[in-house]
Design a protein around this ligand. Sequence first.
Ligand SMILES: Nc1ncnc2c1ncn2[C@@H]1O[C@H](COP(=O)(O)OP(=O)(O)OP(=O)(O)O)[C@@H](O)[C@H]1O
Ligand SMILES: [Mg+2]
Length: 309
Amino acid sequence: MSPRGEVLTVTSLTKRFGKVSAVLDLSFAVQPGRVTGFLGPNGSGKTTTLRCLLGLVQPTSGTAQVGGHDYRELPHPAAVVGATLEASGFHPGRTARGHLRVITDAAALPQARADEVLELVGLTEAAGRKVGGFSLGMRQRLALAAALVGDPGVLILDEPANGLDPEGIAWLRSFLRARAEEGRTVLVSSHVLSEVQQTVDDVIIISKGRLVQAGSLEELTGAGLTQVRVRTPQLEVLRAALLAEAGSGGVHVEVVSPVELMVSGLEAAEIGHLALRQQVELHELTPVGTDLEALFLELTADGNPGGAA
Ligand SMILES: Nc1ncnc2c1ncn2[C@@H]1O[C@H](COP(=O)(O)OP(=O)(O)OP(=O)(O)O)[C@@H](O)[C@H]1O
Ligand SMILES: [Mg+2]
């Protein structure tokens, strides 16, 4: 049986480094059984928040807890939380297996566990190689293996997709999905939404240390999955017809210019049909889909790295 995932709760968390507010009054919760993306531009406070959750940084105020406890209060932390921060801190002269055995020994776990986790991350063939010669992607996998040693119910991974090739990203995606389906809590940070958009169920987006958005990925994309650009000289007539149609909910109409609308929640064919019924002349009807990366940039705009407050 897999270990139980715990809820992660960040409550009014603030962390200042001198004059820099790395994290500012941040609150969110992360649920077990789901993969949650923790997203924000460079310098927005992701790593600092994760370090608070892991008891590596003392919050200026507020709390960051695992299953209702500070990390440092957990009786067997390695069995509860596995984490990767920056994929560094490897002794270059050690082999992958040697590195993991240091960890199994420290956690009083059988050394055979080292080979088990190497197998889990697809590094079996490199087990005897020196870590100093590892590629960035291999280091990421090794860091993940180290996080898995105690078979924890919570995984906190800082930019785990960084340095992975497309095959590695696909592998990571299915790996994290499987861990969430076992009931574990999986929190994954990234500064690129498109990198994790196929991986995550929920998103927490921060900018300059503050919360911008928290919820399911579906809520984020909303009805926007079928955004359609419509150009017409009879904008008001069409807009009124679309809004009447929107009575059923889920339809959003944005006026871009006197002759252009962006419509979400309706297929291009439905809009064309509506236009025909209203005898509205169309000059363009183009499905553009949701540009999640553009949405992300918009949400986190005005986000110069290093939010001084
Ligand atoms: N130990 C520290 N001392 C001083 N400032 C720090 C420290 N750690 C982080 N900061 C500052 O806090 C802010 C947030 O940094 P953090 O590393 O949490 O961002 P991040 O979202 O993880 O960025 P990235 O995407 O680049 O990893 C930055 O302005 C950073 O310079
Ligand atoms: Mg970081």
